[in-house]
Design a protein around this ligand. Structure first.
Ligand SMILES: Cc1ncc(COP(=O)(O)O)c(C=O)c1O
Length: 403
């Protein structure tokens, strides 16, 4: 099986509405294939009801669809059971859940949380918040100037007081892949738990949480061709079983009384209130769609687009790509000698080219690399070689205009 990006593009209604659109902001959010939109619509038209609650048939259908989506996610990540999958609003909420629930139970004054210097703010701030509450300390695993992780520093930081290592699978700002397998193994030898932020990995890599040795793994639906408003926390069964609820409400209890309340087992314990039912159904459709592609061919396709981009950029004066390491998500972060990324992006937008500019919610990383902002180009399955050509032509013209 090979990949035909033009045929894939035709599966995305957004490009029917905007045929000229060159969408290169996929690390922020991907467009949605028709099958995902159809799955949500079909759910609302044929099965919409609240889940887990009522005796009527529709509620049974909704519950079946929702729990079926959980099974799909479990297969997607190779979790050992669907009970290890908690639906959240997104990666951000999933990390906050772990920081609050696991953190409040397991962190005490003087304990340490190692957080890599690559992290999105979503994998920094929740740890700072729980550290402030528990007396734990957040320490940064530094990034070297070439954009690789300082492994020596990591190993020397990995002392017995470290309880958690929170690392991204791939950097959203510069794309670098972290050696998560190796880092997780070292963390486990040192007695720490490992949370991997897979927000930028799952759309591009086949992920096996058991092979990675992740204690927790999180991602957002909307970055993997699915809807907004839904994300995933994978947690090892024995860890989730010991964690207290972090939000209270309907559906997360066993029994409620004013004398005391007991809680449901995971994953319900962590899903207070009405969950994102239709969104979970849409996410399952997205994951099935993605798994229906030849994922090795997809990886090759995205790498080919990056190679075309890199070759084209070498011919344009005054552009530099941050972090030229080989193992990278299919994205490039660019800085310019004589132009502000924001001005460049505006000129690109005038030519229907969508990119992201700024600090990418990764301020510590940009500080470490000594830049105040970048222009990020990020690819998805439906991007084509023509998209790269349009981008390169428009970039060269923009830089000329701004010179
Ligand atoms: C690496 C990474 N982690 C976490 C997030 C947060 O995702 P969300 O805003 O969908 O919760 C993002 C979003 O850009 C990201 O790129």
């Amino acid at each position: 099986m090979s990949l035909n990006p033009h045929a894939l593009r035709a599966e995305f209604p957004m490009f029917e509405h905007y045929p000229e659109l060159v969408y290169l902001d996929n690390a922020a959010t991907t467009q949605k294939p028709r099958c995902v939109l159809d799955a949500e619509r079909h759910f609302y038209e044929t099965a919409n009801a609240n889940v887990h609650r009522s005796a009527h048939r529709l509620s049974g259908l909704a519950t079946e669809a929702f729990e079926g989506a959980r099974e799909t996610v479990a297969r997607f990540l190779n979790a050992s059971s669907a009970d290890e999958i908690v639906f959240t609003r997104g990666a951000t909420e999933a990390i906050n859940l772990v920081a609050n629930s696991w953190g409040s139970q397991n962190l005490k004054p003087g304990d340490e949380i190692l957080v890599s210097g690559y992290e999105h703010h979503a994998n920094i701030v929740p740890w700072q918040l729980i550290a402030a509450q528990t007396g734990a300390i957040v320490r940064e695993i530094p990034v070297l100037p070439d954009g690789t992780l300082d492994r020596t520093a990591f190993l020397s930081l990995l002392q017995p007081q470290v309880r958690m290592v929170a690392i991204t699978h791939a950097s959203n700002a510069i794309g670098t892949h972290l050696p998560v397998l190796e880092l997780a193994a070292a963390a486990h030898v040192a007695g720490a738990r490992v949370l991997i932020d897979g927000a930028q990995a799952v759309a591009h890599e086949s992920v096996d949480v058991q092979a990675l040795g992740a204690d927790f793994y999180v991602f957002s639906g909307h970055k993997v061709y699915g809807p907004t408003g839904v994300g995933v926390l994978y947690g090892k069964a024995e860890l989730l079983a010991d964690m207290p609820p972090w939000q209270g409400g309907g559906d997360m209890i066993e029994r409620v009384s004013f004398a005391g309340t007991t809680y449901a087992p995971p994953p319900a314990r962590f899903e207070a209130g009405t969950p994102p039912v239709a969104q979970a159904v849409g996410l399952a459709a997205a994951l099935n769609w993605l798994c229906g592609l030849d994922r090795a061919a997809l990886k090759q396709h995205e790498a080919h687009l990056c190679a075309l981009l890199d070759a084209g950029l070498r011919k344009i004066a005054g552009v530099r790509t941050l972090a030229t390491v080989t193992e990278r998500a299919p994205l490039r972060s660019l800085v310019f000698d004589n132009a502000h990324p924001y001005d460049v992006a505006q000129l690109l937008d005038a030519r229907d080219i969508a990119v992201r500019v700024g600090k990418h919610c990764a301020e510590p990383l940009l500080d470490a690399l000594g830049v105040s902002g970048t222009l990020r180009v990020s690819f998805a399955a439906y991007n084509t070689a023509e998209d790269v050509t349009h981008f390169l032509e428009a970039l060269a013209a923009a830089l000329e205009d701004l010179a």
